[in-house]
Design a protein around this ligand. Structure first.
Ligand SMILES: O=C(O)CCC(=O)C(=O)O
Ligand SMILES: [Fe+2]
Length: 333
């Protein structure tokens, strides 16, 4: 069955949107976005030579928000610009060229170009197309799902991944130390060097009714941690204290989400953040999240250091692939 891409729908001369994209009232961003004074979402300068201060701010942000942005992270601007350039060029290719790397339904793999991953409640659709492919470790990379066009796509993604690995290590060791553990403990609990990085590109075409539609609907990431670069079009919102807050676009920042696996490992000390995205009337929004997750057969459960008689395990220990299956199919964990 041919899947209709949102980008193709958006290219039609529409002044309304098809009804399946109109979210139910309790989800519509036009009425559910908070408009009062916005609390400061943490923006953390990780080049601060006072390493213990950096660890402390990261830890506090991960406990309080499950979310923060980092600046001065050492990934050269040029490397990020290239990642964005090649991704944008891919999405601007004619539709049939993009379909060359489309997802294979029923293959059990996430990889490829696609339009909808999860069955949504109330049969509603999300205003977004995407591309997924593994970038790390190299044994998990399948170039069949990497665009051949533009030709520099591969190099740009490999270069970004190489730099990103350093940031992943920095984040996981800071989050470990911040909970009083040795720096390597959280990464070890996620498979150590077998930790997997999955690149996603979200492409949110301009939308005639951004007040009624959503890009990605409210969710927490099932990864351990997600590191994202957005383009300059704002749209990310995070949920805190019962409100949806707009996240401000900070040039050259990396956006960090705590995902479900860190919530589980830390037995709830860290929170996986609820987030969603809005879309824009005139401009295409794009984002490049990289999901960092344990390998599928790794059993993840609360670390013994966080389980006591007064504070028993809040989550079951299970293989990551089983967690993923339940999450995608909306089954209880
Ligand atoms: O586009 C964004 O900023 C967020 C996307 C997201 O949350 C996701 O793809 O899981
Ligand atoms: Fe997400």
């Amino acid at each position: 069955m041919e899947v209709e891409r949102v980008q193709a729908i958006a290219s039609l001369p529409l002044d309304a949107i098809p009804s399946e994209f109109i979210r139910s009232e309790h989800e519509q961003p036009g009425t559910t976005t908070f408009h009062g004074p916005i609390p400061e979402v943490p923006v953390i300068d990780i080049s601060d030579p006072d390493r213990s201060r950096v660890v402390q701010t990261i830890t506090e942000a991960a406990i309080e928000w499950g979310f923060f942005q980092v600046v001065n992270h050492d990934i050269p601007e040029k490397v990020i610009q290239e990642l964005q350039r090649v991704g944008k060029e891919f999405f601007e290719l004619p539709q049939e060229e993009k379909e060359a790397v489309s997802m294979v339904p029923g293959s059990g793999s996430f990889e490829g170009y696609g339009t909808k991953l999860q069955k949504e409640l109330e049969g509603k659709k999300a205003w977004v197309d995407f591309l997924f492919h593994n970038v790390w470790p190299s044994s998990r990379v399948n170039y069949r799902f990497w665009p051949k066009n533009p030709p520099s796509y591969k190099k740009a993604n490999e270069e970004y991944t190489k730099h990103l690995l350093g940031v992943v290590d920095h984040m996981l060791s800071s989050l470990s130390i911040g909970l009083g553990l040795d720096g390597h403990v959280l990464k070890d609990g996620l498979g150590g060097e077998a930790l997997e990085l999955l690149m996603k590109i979200n492409y949110y075409p301009p939308c005639p009714r951004p007040d009624l539609a959503l890009g990605v609907v409210a969710h927490t990431d099932m990864s351990a941690i997600t590191i994202l670069v957005p383009n300059e079009v704002p749209g990310l919102q995070v949920f805190k204290d019962d409100h949806w807050f707009d996240v401000k676009y900070v040039p050259n920042a990396l956006v960090i989400h705590i995902g479900d696996q860190l919530q589980i490992l830390s037995n709830g000390r860290y929170k996986s953040v609820w987030h969603r995205t809005t879309v824009n009337k005139e401009k295409a929004r794009m984002s490049w999240p990289v999901f960092c997750s344990p390998p599928g057969d790794m059993v993840v459960g609360p670390l013994p250091q966080f389980v006591t008689e007064e504070n028993p395990a809040k989550y079951k220990a299970k293989m990551y692939k089983d967690y993923e299956y339940c999450k995608i199919n909306k089954l209880p964990q």
